[in-house]
Write a protein that binds this ligand. Structure first.
Ligand code: 13P
Ligand code: SF4
Length: 310
């Protein structure tokens, strides 16, 4: 890339020229969030992907998110700035092993968290996100047997909230399992008036101390509406950009990770850069493609989720 190029201006120009839309997750770099047409959590992003009239969707997020956009808008070109932007949680549930696991529970309905491959969605009855998982489980009859995967922490949280006995797949997100209980305790002692907010992908002992638990957009909303002026935030640190923008006078402190990690960044989310975003719009590459039968089979469980959450 020519270093004299004004990337922001060029991206805006290409967006218009190609009738493209940029959808970004809250965990993206601040400069990507600032240029996006829509920033949101996984539910909001899939709702946008389903209704956009753009010809091209540039998904500033990770692979499973771009796949979901492709499933919902198969006739559109869906681009992901870096194809290597995967997800440890999605990787923790290989579809062939999940298919075997599912065989053990033939009378169970399968709910999968959206953080999984398109192939896994195709094996599911309903998809959910962190903002509607409780609502989706509660929408089913009390005696309905359910398998929930791939995130065991979100699964445990949903079990607690709904009182249902879910069969859980044992998967997790690398970013949400790094928080140090000891360091959070020390920080709370230092800021006794701060509220501690956490994403439900965090481990049970971390969630047990939280003043608020919710998806990224839920957490953001909580920091806007709650009068507290200091928040300790247990999730990927990208979300702090919107929190700080929405409440400039408030203080946001990322929850401290254990000594093995330097920060709460998701290495997959952070593979996307403004340069890669520009290149991907310019060359219309890398493009997300999926086999037609997977698109058809994965559409139903996602649409069922969107209907329940409408
Ligand atoms: P939400 O933004 O839907 O809460 O998802 C968090 C996440 O881990 C996405 O990878
Ligand atoms: Fe996956 Fe966790 Fe990164 Fe989200 S934050 S993309 S769940 S590894």
């Amino acid at each position: 890339i020519d270093p004299s190029l004004d990337l922001v201006k060029e991206i805006e120009r290409l967006k218009k020229e190609k009738n493209a839309v940029i959808l970004a997750h809250y965990y993206q770099e601040s400069e990507i969030q600032d240029i996006a047409d829509y920033i949101g959590d996984s539910l909001g992003l899939s709702q946008q992907a389903a209704k956009t009239d753009a010809d091209v969707i540039v998904f500033a997020g990770v692979h499973f998110m771009a796949e979901t956009a492709k499933i919902l808008s198969p006739s559109k070109k869906v681009l992901l700035p870096d194809l290597k932007a995967g997800c440890s949680l999605s990787d923790s549930c290989p579809p062939h092993l999940f298919a075997k696991f599912k065989e053990k529970y033939p009378d169970h309905l399968v709910i999968t968290y959206v953080n999984c491959t398109a192939e896994l969605k195709a094996l599911s009855d309903i998809v959910c996100t962190s903002s509607n998982a409780v609502q989706i489980v509660e929408s089913l009859p009390e005696d309905q047997k359910i398998i929930f995967g791939p995130d065991r922490n979100l699964g445990d949280y949903v079990k607690k909230k709904t009182g249902r006995d879910l069969v859980l797949w044992n998967g997790a997100c690398m970013v949400h399992e790094i928080f140090s209980q000891e360091k959070i305790d020390a920080l709370r002692a230092e800021y006794p008036n701060a509220k501690f907010i956490a994403h439900p992908e965090c481990e049970e002992h971390i969630l047990a101390q939280a003043d608020y638990i919710g998806s990224t957009s839920g957490m953001l909303k909580f920091t806007i509406e709650d009068p507290t002026d200091t928040f300790i935030v247990a999730t990927e640190s990208g979300i702090l950009h919107q929190m700080q923008k929405a409440s400039p006078s408030k203080t946001f402190i990322p929850a401290p990770p254990n000594n093995l990690c330097a920060c709460n960044d998701c290495p997959h989310m952070k593979l996307n850069t403004l340069e890669k975003l520009y290149n991907c719009l310019f060359y219309e590459q890398p493009e997300i493609t999926l086999p037609e039968d997977i698109i058809i089979r994965a559409q139903k469980p996602i649409e069922r989720m969107l209907d329940i959450s409408a």
